[in-house]
Write a protein that binds this ligand. Structure first.
Ligand code: BJW
Length: 242
């Protein structure tokens, strides 16, 4: 990536590909999550209203699984980049993830937006609080905040719902000098549109993915390979071989 001295503000978008080598299934690759469940059966508010047990079981299974997984070299490299970048004058890095696991946090990232929510909080439809949550929801436990039972749902963003912190994301994008997309298929909006938003503002764009994503043609540069390889290499480059 040339002209690195001119880069001060970085926005990074990550998707399921960054956690794949930690053993967490992606959504749309062969053997991924949607192969076992139709999207409309598990990831819409309508599905939850129609068959809450199916949806709660799907998320209980995934919530339990992520707690046995560990961050990989890509998560750690992004945590390291954020820490080093923060030491530079007038430099900021914002990590926006579509992932609902907590591997970025455990890899050291702090300035982090979970635009599709997270497995480790629940959303109480009675009191609108989002308590920390690690247990199953299938048995309809009471909300630890208001005490009402049967009103907790997974705190994730389903199709047709508004992703979280969109204002902060667009504000960070408009201040960015570099937009980097890592491990996402570019199939789901509004995240899939960030690259065009960035390009429209004259921001440099870089894709790091196992293979060309649906939006690959919009990026100034694409590097293909497993995240645990291409992300640490790029981070080393950004930090000047540190
Ligand atoms: C590796 C790797 C390795 C593998 N190393 N790489 C028609 C046109 C346009 C839009 C719409 C439309 N009809 C409806 C819409 C809107 C809709 C949408 O986008 N639908 C599409 C299907 C077209 N979007 C919405 O409804 C969103 N809300 C919305 O738009 O509100 C209005 C609004 C408008 C404007 C501004 C703001 C708001 C909500 C979307 C919610 C998505 N929710 C999910 C589920 C979350 C909970 C859960 O986890 O179950 O989010 S769906 C699922 O997809 C999940 C993911 O975050 C998301 C993206 O998937 P991701 O991360 O890209 O994974 P994959 O599997 O697709 O790709 C993995 C990639 O990694 C691949 O490329 C691999 O090659 C790569 N890879 N191994 C590096 N080792």
């Amino acid at each position: 990536m040339g002209q690195m001295n001119e880069i001060r503000n970085i926005v990074i978008l990550t998707g399921a590909g960054v956690s794949a080598e930690s053993g967490i299934d992606t959504f749309r690759d062969a053997g991924g999550l949607w192969e076992q469940h139709k999207v409309e059966d598990v990831a819409t508010p309508e599905a939850f209203a129609r068959d809450p047990d199916l949806v709660l079981r799907f998320y209980d299974m995934r919530r339990e699984a992520i707690q046995t997984k560990e961050p990989n070299a890509a998560h750690h490299a992004l945590g390291r980049l954020e820490a080093e970048w923060a030491k530079r004058e007038d430099c900021e890095l914002t990590l926006v993830t579509q992932n609902v696991d907590d591997l970025h946090e455990r890899g050291g990232s702090e300035r982090l937006i979970h635009m599709h929510g997270g497995h480790l909080t629940a959303w109480c439809l009675a009191c609108d609080n989002r308590p920390e949550w690690r247990e199953p929801l299938l048995d309809r436990p009471p909300c630890p905040t208001c005490g009402v039972a049967g009103k907790l749902r997974p705190d994730v963003v389903w199709f047709g719902e508004m992703p979280y912190q969109m204002e902060e994301i667009y504000a960070a994008l408009s201040a960015a000098d570099l937009f980097v997309s890592i491990g996402t298929s570019g199939a789901v909006y509004p995240a899939a549109g960030f690259v065009q938003e960035a390009r429209g503002q004259g921001i440099r764009t870089l894709e790091l993915n196992l293979e060309p994503s649906q939006g690959s043609a919009y990026f100034d540069e694409s590097r293909h390979g497993p995240a645990t390889q291409v992300v640490p290499e790029w981070v080393d480059e950004m930090l000047g071989g540190l």
